[in-house]
Design a protein around this ligand. Structure first.
Ligand SMILES: [Zn+2]
Length: 190
């Protein structure tokens, strides 16, 4: 059951370690605008929806600032933990939207014991997947990779179904796939 992952510190540690790798790769490339060196400019985030205790390093989003005077461009690498500016961790935004799809009240009740998300928020996320995400340039291109085509009316469940493996593997693969839309300028998400 995916909901139990949210209470598993190893799952969150895995996401953090992947975020570190993504941040290292971003930094190694330098400034996108001028090629200058990037300095660390992490910013604090207090994401909701994590059902376990984690160290303070989990409350920071990796970000960089160009060291060149007159540029100072900010680069925020892709993340498996943060989906744009959403206040909930990315895994929750995926999982709740999936569980809500045809979810029974019992399943919602069990999940809301782990994470408190009201029905209006859930409805907004589901609408985001189908209307906003489905219309992004990223998805318009990326969806061509899937054959047969992913059913857009069943997003994100239909997308998660395409990633195979045991335990957390499909979810981590999906979060990694979503990387390009998680950056600072990548997508406006509330
Ligand atoms: Zn620069």
């Amino acid at each position: 059951m995916y909901a139990t992952l949210l209470a598993d510190t190893r799952f969150h540690e895995l996401l953090l370690s992947i975020d570190r790798d993504l941040a290292d790769a971003c930094r190694a490339e330098g400034c996108e605008l001028c090629g200058g060196r990037l300095h660390s400019a992490r910013y604090p985030r207090k994401p909701r929806g994590r059902a376990c205790r984690l160290g303070p390093e989990h409350d920071q989003r990796f970000s960089f600032c160009c060291a060149v005077d007159g540029c100072r461009s900010r680069e925020t690498p892709a993340s498996l933990r943060f989906l744009g500016r959403r206040v909930y961790v990315a895994a929750i935004v995926v999982l709740i939207a999936i569980l809500r799809h045809g979810a029974t009240d019992a399943r919602m009740a069990r999940l809301s014991e782990v994470v408190s998300v009201d029905r209006r928020t859930v409805a907004r996320w589901r609408s985001w997947w189908r209307r906003v995400f489905a219309a992004t340039p990223f998805w318009q291109i990326a969806r061509a990779r899937f054959m047969p085509p992913v059913d857009q009316h069943r997003l994100p469940a239909s997308l998660l179904d395409r990633f195979t493996g045991d335990g957390a593997v499909p979810l981590v693969a999906l979060l990694r796939f979503l990387g390009p839309v998680t950056g600072g300028a990548g997508m406006r998400a509330r």
